[in-house]
Design a protein around this ligand. Sequence first.
Ligand SMILES: [Cu+2]
Length: 173
Amino acid sequence: MKVSRKQWSSHAGVRSFHVSLWLAGLVQPCWSGGNSVMEKLSYKILVGFGILCICLVISAVGPRLYAAEGAPMTVLVKMSDQLVFEPDHITIHSGDTVEWKNTSVLVHTVTDQPERAGNPKDAVLPKGASGFDSGNLAPGATYRHSFSAPGRYQYFCKPHEAAGMTGVITVVP
Ligand SMILES: [Cu+2]
């Protein structure tokens, strides 16, 4: 069928509306009878746009799902001149690693051994987890520990426990 450019543009608007309804499963496609080159072209553009949208959604959501479900991560905690672990509370997944970096001019430690704590509340381990101790970390030094047993870990810095230099790690399965 022959249509003028003006008529076509209004038809295209109606048809794209019908295609939307068809995609929602509400009506039968009404564009299938269209024969003009322009109508076929507009249909191809709509389908192409739909596929592009689906690809964009997959590329945006896919890597997030993978990061949440899959590969182990390493989380950085800094040890500061203000005698704090930054951040002092973190939540990680079983299998993740924490890397502590001494960004101060002082010596710090990362210690989670109840027998070394002045206050037992400063060294807490979940059932089945072994204690750990970095030893003295000079300015600029790093220490890494991987966590597998889920639960709450409270750790401290030996020289600065009394000053309140403690941190909490929650490990979720
Ligand atoms: Cu310290």
